[in-house]
Design a protein around this ligand. Structure first.
Ligand code: FAD
Length: 694
């Protein structure tokens, strides 16, 4: 795989140029899209239209804007969602955010201190006995050895707020009813978010995608047509775009139905903050069962997840008053300040779209529109944001004239396997979460089967009121397993259950929060890399649902490993940066990191020549080992002349346990191809074939 990836990467230009020559009409169209001056004159055709202003659509819009690509975002709701929903931001997403104008740092400043959310707590009530507690942060999570940044806990609506602010700072207008520019700007500039605009139909031709968009004006429902070169469906789990283009989802449906109750209580926040701080609280008692997500203990902001069994139960069974009573049953004592904000049913699925790209590479799905997972492990939004990161540089490469439209097909080749893998991982983790109630005698699969029997079996012929009574009766018999009479060390059954629980927690067999091996160790065995028969990609290890460490890897298609370095032109400045900081975020640029050895310099020379021929920006970084600081002044300048776009960097993490491995990667040619080094392209590693250049 990827032996001549870098060069073949450039070879998309080889394909583009003949295309332009032999198909003048297509060439003219092509130039239109890659030339922003022409776009400004004829703005009826947008470069990119994003449907959906959830976190994924907003992040994609920021990334595209940073590359200088214009895009308009449609959002069917008139205001941004205020439901907290996602809250765990994984390591890779934080690495993406770290490159976006201080976004990661702002999240770190604004999130609750890590000691308030590092644990999951299992208890009979929030003030009752603790059945177990699991700390999900390990000392190495703070050492910054494998990543320059750590995971975060920050509510989705707060993230949305920051993303919108960032877009405003980038010059995008938010057109809402209250907005100064009005709801319906004409003409579109490719620099706006249109609130209250719903995509209702899509047509494609070879030249463009036309979206029909509905909105209301003075009480009337109107439509307008918006044409774009590319349309992105970032419109969530129920994606209209996915349905309109006829893409099916595959996987398991309806794993569980739940009701989310968003509420505030400073009293509860203060109690938990002082007595038992944590992120998730799994509560099991004879009167109620649920999972409390502590979004912010200091502010007292929570979401309670309660199992929901329609049609015997309906949303009226979860009125604010009933929810308050349920909350008190789970707290185990009176609270005077519960304020229920929002009650929302939702269904857990484990499904991935059959295709992520369609319509002649003009329409793409990303985020929940392309995959919907159980929230166990918090992979949903994270995977979606990483989809956007993958897609943005490819769209920019196309619209800047660096690559043909076939580069967009590689988005599916690379991201769909990741979505399938993360689905399997989330399902494993969801099943691990069920181990605790099952050990307590409350197997949720049994509850679901009972519910199925009532719905579809003999129970279905009973009047609905009676079905509800039966269901409540069966569940309350189940919950009686949690009574203090059974669940104590003196009762043989209780003591055996408590011992099994301890074992589950100690062995890491309960719900996990962090998956470093999967979070950072994902790899694209094919896609934007050109496959090579010499490379037999090993299949990723199947998910176990348990935490596994990430081991840095420089195989083609892996994420660029992090290493602390210092830029030698600033020497003796002590400022340390990450190898990730060497990668450009605002232009499509190839980055080649080499060792200061003869054949690597030759390789870099050849890369510069190819880059010049194809007018692709390329940067070379010469990485010097820590003890060679004096050699660099004579070294690179002479070896790389006349090229100037290079810098000498020096490793700054001699304590790093992976140091030797990193340096070896840069120096050692592979046995099957001499002269081979690694090229890092936008955080992805491409292998570089020296021989094919000479
Ligand atoms: C309880 C819970 C906890 C979770 N916790 C985590 C977590 O900790 N970490 C994590 O990574 N993920 C988590 N998730 C998943 C996460 O919330 C989703 O993956 C995330 O919201 C997906 O973002 P999105 O932008 O793809 O879609 P959405 O957030 O659904 O946004 C889609 C947007 O598109 C708009 N839209 C829809 N149709 C149209 C249309 N036709 N025209 C115009 N606009 C349209 C919608 O109004 C919406 O604003 C959790 C989910 C749940 C339910």
């Amino acid at each position: 795989m990827g032996v001549s990836g870098f060069i073949k990467g450039f070879s998309f230009l080889r394909r583009t140029k003949p295309r332009a020559r032999f198909h003048p009409y297509a060439y003219i169209q092509w130039r239109n899209f890659s030339d922003s001056r022409i776009l400004n004159r004829n703005d009826s055709l947008l470069p990119v239209l994003i449907v959906g202003a959830g976190p994924v659509g907003l992040v994609l819009s920021i990334l595209l804007n940073k590359f200088g690509i214009k895009c308009t975002v449609l959002e069917k709701n008139k205001i941004f969602s205020k439901h907290p929903q996602a809250h765990f931001i994984n390591n890779r997403t934080m690495e993406v955010f770290r490159k976006l104008d201080g976004l990661a740092e702002e999240i770190q400043r604004s999130q609750p201190p890590v000691d308030l959310w590092r644990k999951f707590i299992y208890c009979t009530s929030l003030t009752g006995s603790i059945l177990g507690s699991v700390d999900h942060m390990h000392p190495k999570d703070f050492e910054k050895v494998v990543s320059p940044i750590s995971v975060a806990h920050f509510s989705q609506y707060k993230l949305t707020r920051i993303l919108v602010k960032m877009l405003e700072n980038l010059g995008l207008g938010i057109h809402s009813l209250e907005g100064p520019e009005g709801l319906h700007p004409e003409p579109l500039r490719g620099r706006e978010i249109l609130m209250g605009h719903e995509c209702v139909s899509i047509d494609t031709t070879d030249e463009c995608v036309t979206a029909t968009v509905s909105f209301s004006k003075e009480g009337k429902l109107l439509t307008r047509k918006i044409q774009s070169k590319i349309l992105i469906g970032a419109d969530g789990a129920g994606s209209t775009v996915r349905k309109l283009v006829g893409i099916q989802l595959k996987g398991e449906k309806d794993l569980q139905k739940l009701v989310s109750v968003h509420f505030w209580s400073k009293e509860l926040g203060q109690y938990l903050l002082n007595k038992r701080p944590g992120m998730l609280f799994f509560i099991f008692n004879t009167e109620a069962i649920g999972v409390l997500v502590a979004h912010d203990l200091t502010q007292g902001e929570f979401v309670l997840q309660i199992p929901f069994y329609p049609p015997q139960q309906n949303l009226e069974d979860f009125s604010p008053e009933i929810c308050k009573k349920l909350i008190l049953k789970m707290v185990g004592q009176e609270l005077s300040d519960i304020d229920v904000i929002d009650i929302k049913p939702w269904v857990m699925h484990a499904e991935v779209a059959e295709r992520f790209v369609c319509g002649n590479n003009q329409i793409m799905l990303c985020g929940d529109a392309a995959h919907r997972f159980p929230p166990a492990g918090g992979f949903g939004m994270n995977t979606g944001i990483q989809d956007a990161h993958n897609l943005a540089w490819k769209i920019a490469s196309l619209l800047k004239g660096v690559a043909p439209s076939s580069i967009l097909a590689t988005y599916e080749t690379e991201r769909k396997p990741i979505a399938l893998f993360n689905t399997a991982l989330s399902v494993q983790n969801f099943r691990a979460a069920m181990a605790v109630p099952a050990t307590l005698g409350l197997d949720p699969t049994v509850a679901n089967s009972v519910h199925q029997v009532i719905n579809k079996g003999v129970g279905s012929i009973l009047p609905s009121g009676m079905q509800k009574v039966i269901l409540d009766g069966i569940f309350s018999i189940g919950r009686s397993q949690l009574s203090g009479l059974i669940l104590n060390e003196n009762n043989p059954l209780g003591s055996s259950r408590l011992a099994k629980l301890r074992h589950i927690f100690e062995e890491g067999k309960s719900l996990q929060l962090q998956f470093p091996a999967e979070d950072l160790g994902f790899r694209y065995p094919e896609g934007a890399l050109v496959p090579d028969s010499k490379d037999v990609a090993s299949a990723p290890e199947l998910p176990t649902g348990r935490r596994r460490d990430y081991v840095p890897c420089a195989d083609p298609g892996s994420r660029l490993p992090h290493m602390n370095v210092r830029v030698l032109s600033n020497f003796p400045s002590e400022e340390t940066i990450s190898t990730h900081d060497l990668v450009s975020v605002d232009k499509v640029e190839f980055l080649l990191i080499i060792a200061p050895v003869e054949e690597s310099y030759n390789l870099a020379q050849a890369a510069f020549k190819v880059a010049e021929e194809y007018k692709v920006s390329t940067k070379v970084c010469v990485l010097w080992p820590a003890d060679t600081v004096t050699g660099f002044q004579r070294g690179s300048k002479a070896k790389l002349a006349p090229w100037k776009n290079y810098s000498d960097i020096i490793e700054d993490s001699s304590h790093n346990q992976y140091r030797k491995q990193y340096l070896e990667w840069l120096k050692t040619p592979r046995t099957w191809n001499t002269g081979q080094l690694y090229c890092f392209m936008h955080n992805k590693i491409l292998e570089f074939d020296f021989e094919s250049l000479t």
